[in-house]
Design a protein around this ligand. Structure first.
Ligand code: GDP
Length: 453
């Protein structure tokens, strides 16, 4: 067990800061029990209580004022979230009460926790590996059932298990080379070059298939940005309204950062669609200075999918199409003709005809949005999915290292060169699960957490 933080006991509010049925304050560290006993009055001292027991009593300040009646839950090391002695105090859900209790504890030499410090300790005490710790924040932030499943999958260690497996394959392969290096003088061959190359190529293939899950994993975790772009009056706002009205699962309705871009979030088949209406903006180069146009352009640049909306009178606006492909070469464009209820005309140079007024074909449009964004058609809850950019980068670098090893083999270089590349690749995979890590990486990761997690 890692005792890195042994000196400090930390405290933080674990529930949102506001009124509610209850608030929970969490304490972790060696002084948790002695500190709570200084301010808690119950039937029994907490320090004498068993792990996983709950105690009713009162929190009392130095002037013997009763602050609140509370429930104190006891978790003894190592059987706690952090692996340390942990106390959770459930109070009435009033922020003043929680604040007062935290102040009392700070007076007992307990320190306020840094963001993510509880989870960081859980990682340092080997309760979770790094990929699992990162999944904690994803579980908290998940806004659709699918994103929750995806982050649960990572928290349950499915990705970590895969990474462990790949590292093991690398270690086994390197061990042959290292043995050969040890017995260099005897010139014993423990693995022939073909076999070595085959093994490394095998691992590269596994890495590639893991890397290829990223776009899917990212969609599951973060959803997709969709922009509705078109000339004025083609029905952009009507489409956005229809989509949000129809969707039984409106996730949120945000008044955009500008009055020109309105964003709604809806969930379709468990996928979060963040739909931006670039309302009322004409993309014309002579108005390039206009703030609205700038924002609209930014929205287009950041979009994964663009619904390019035209109407039955004017068809698909080719000028906007060209502009979009310049601004966002990778974006998928769905050429959509609106107001099809007004005509029997058949449109050929578009992907879909809809009516934002009657709702005609809107279900198909939604299906298209989801299909276009999910490159991987099958999602198995048991398969390892990469959804974190840090993991993706490590995987890509690890693969690069193995590509270099293959080149070394082909160039007939000696074992030392190949061994270095394999070790490098192994370390990069180790970074994903935190077996190889630096303070910088850790600080970066845990700074994204909230205080109390
Ligand atoms: P925007 O400027 O692109 O946001 O367009 P609006 O959503 O404000 O719509 C412009 C006008 O077209 C409004 O009068 C809408 O009622 C009308 N409209 C929008 N969609 C349809 C449609 O599918 N069919 C018909 N007939 N009218 C529509």
């Amino acid at each position: 067990m890692n005792n890195f933080f042994k000196e400090d006991t930390i405290v933080a509010l674990a529930t949102p800061n506001g009124t509610g049925a209850i608030s929970v304050i969490r304490l972790s560290g060696t002084d948790s029990f002695s500190a709570i006993d200084k301010i808690f009055s119950g039937k029994k001292k907490i320090i004498d209580s068993d792990s996983h027991t709950i105690h009713y009593g009162k929190i009392i300040d130095n002037e013997k004022n009763i602050i609140d009646d509370v429930l104190v839950s006891v978790f003894r090391s190592p059987n706690s979230y952090t692996g340390e002695d942990v106390i959770e105090i459930s109070t009435h859900g009033n922020p003043f009460i929680a604040q007062k209790i935290i102040e009392l504890l700070i007076n007992e030499n307990i320190r306020l926790a840094e963001p993510g410090e509880f989870t960081k300790r859980a990682f340092l005490n080997n309760k979770l590996d790094l990929a699992q710790a990162e999944a904690v924040i994803d579980v908290i932030n998940a806004r659709t059932e699918t994103s929750l499943k995806g982050s649960r999958n990572q928290l349950d260690g499915i990705l970590s298990k895969k990474i462990h497996g790949l590292r093991e394959m690398l270690v086994n392969t390197s061990s042959f080379i290292e043995l050969e290096l040890d017995f260099a003088e005897e010139k014993i061959e423990f693995i022939n070059t073909n076999e070595l190359q085959k093994r490394i190529e095998n691992i590269i293939e596994e890495l590639n298939s893991l890397i290829s899950t990223y776009s899917f994993g990212k969609v599951i975790k973060d959803g997709i940005n969709v922009a509705i772009v078109g000339k004025p009056n083609v029905g952009k706002s009507s489409l956005l309204n229809y989509l949000t009205k129809e969707s039984r699962a409106i996730v949120s309705s945000l008044p955009g950062t500008t009055r020109d871009v309105i964003r709604e979030e809806i969930s379709v088949n468990g996928i979060l669609l963040k739909i931006h209406d670039t309302a009322g903006i004409r993309l014309s180069s002579n108005e390039i200075e206009n703030e609205g146009i700038k924002r609209s352009r930014n929205t287009i640049k950041e979009s994964d999918i663009i619904i390019l909306l035209g109407d039955v009178d004017n068809g698909i606006p080719i000028d906007l199409f060209n502009e979009i492909t310049t601004l966002s070469p990778g974006a998928k464009i769905i050429k959509t003709i609106n107001k099809i209820d007004l005509t029997d005309k058949v449109f050929e140079n578009c992907d879909i005809c809809i009516s934002a007024l009657t709702g005609f074909n809107i279900d198909i449009l939604l299906k298209k949005l989801v299909d276009v964004s999910l490159n991987t058609p099958v999602y198995s809850e048991k398969s390892a999915i990469v959804s974190n950019i840090r993991h993706l980068q490590c995987l890509k670098e690890a693969k690069k290292s193995l590509d270099a090893a293959i080149l070394s083999i082909k160039d007939g270089l000696t074992g030392e060169f190949i061994a270095v590349d394999l070790r490098n690749s192994e370390n990069l995979l180790g970074e994903i699960i935190g077996e190889v890590t630096s303070d910088d990486i850790l600080n970066n990761i845990f700074a994204k957490f909230c205080i109390g997690k």
